[in-house]
Write a protein that binds this ligand. Structure first.
Ligand code: TXA
Ligand code: MG
Length: 322
């Protein structure tokens, strides 16, 4: 298949492909998405094939207007006030809300779950694509299953050239980490995936909010709240060693030790959290391209977006040194 590359002025053409049931990768403020008409089960099936995604890992449905949430999900009366507050404060933006789904959303999107994940992105191209397609767009992160989420056009092209109908070319994604996912269906709302919109910020609106912890649930697949969590996440071929220390010398000593063993080593000194988040997945992909053996990474404080960074780093790491 020849993949058409669109620029930001050709969104209508890209939307025509979505309408025809084809796949189009598009930028969002978090990571690129691999989109299909969320109401067309055949189109949605193509996402799973193109990514090589396990068939029990559900997709996020992207909308372009806040009111569209009512077309695809039920907001329980007991949660109406809180959900409305979340939407008012964080949409459009990097927050995904899980609610009970309406019939219009095919089972292929939710992998048979009765709930659906919904997000209204902030990126203008994403919004325009959804609007012009005239349907909600189901989209996981645009990466082959097992690779880090694509945060630049180059990454998306590398993974999907020849495999999907179109890609909208744009600049690198601003945030660089996937959206925060919050489950509003349970009695006690739960943060399933940390992102830029932090646990601390959400807790101000939902004081009862709990934090999903893998220790509680990961051993029991039946209880897994967010199916994506049970899959092994991407780690680069390079072994990541995560240092919970402010003492940079300790990292340097480790580097020297590895270099003496003729290993190709790179130290990643963490700068400002927000800029580190933006480049994290690029660091992973570059390490593979450059055939690096060890990435020595300094950990960041686990608050704000730091929680999201550490979540991705811990999943990818080979060893954690205190
Ligand atoms: O920032 C993002 O969220 C990006 C952009 C494209 O919007 N999308 C993204 O999608 O990261 P994906 O598919 O890579 O991650 C979605 C996560 C997965 O962990 C999945 O298991 C979870 O959301 N999820 C989706 N529907 C769910 C549901 N009904 N219940 C629980 N978890 C759900
Ligand atoms: Mg993903």
């Amino acid at each position: 298949m020849k993949t058409k590359i669109f620029n930001s002025k050709q969104i209508k053409q890209a939307a025509d492909l979505i309408k025809k049931g084809e796949l189009v990768a598009f930028p969002t403020e978090t990571v690129y998405g691999l989109g299909a008409n969320a109401l067309d089960s055949n189109a949605v099936k193509k996402i799973f094939i193109a990514k090589g995604r396990p068939s029990d890992n559900p997709l996020i449905v992207h909308i372009s207007k806040k009111e569209q949430i009512n077309e695809i999900a039920y907001i329980p009366i007991s949660k109406k006030r809180l959900v409305n507050k979340l939407i008012k404060k964080f949409w459009p933006g990097p927050l995904t809300i899980i609610l009970r789904k309406k019939k219009i959303i095919p089972d292929e999107v939710t992998c048979g779950l009765k709930t659906v994940a919904i997000r209204m992105p902030k990126n203008k191209i994403a919004l325009s694509l959804i609007e012009n397609s005239k349907v909600p767009i189901a989209a996981p992160s645009a990466n082959l299953s097992g690779k880090p989420s694509g945060t630049s056009f180059r990454h998306v092209l590398k993974d999907f050239n020849g495999k999907i109908a179109g890609i909208i070319k744009s600049k690198d994604c601003e945030i660089g980490l996937e959206s925060t996912v919050i489950d509003m269906t349970a009695d006690k709302p739960m943060l399933l995936r940390p992102g830029l919109i932090s646990f601390e910020k959400l807790k101000k609106i939902i004081p009862k909010l709990s934090l999903f912890s893998c220790n509680n649930l990961c051993n029991n697949i039946n209880k897994v709240k967010s199916p994506g969590i049970k899959y092994k996440h991407y780690s680069p071929n390079a072994k990541i060693i995560l240092f919970n220390t402010k003492d940079f010398n300790k990292i340097k000593i480790y580097e020297n030790k590895l270099k003496k063993q003729n290993k190709k080593v790179k130290i990643i000194k963490t700068s400002k959290k927000i800029s580190f988040a933006k480049k994290l997945f690029k660091i992973f992909r570059d390490a593979d391209e450059k055939k690096i053996d060890f990435l020595l990474i300094q950990s960041v404080e686990e608050s704000g977006i730091g929680r999201a960074i550490m979540n991705r780093l811990k999943k990818a790491s080979y060893k954690i040194i205190n």
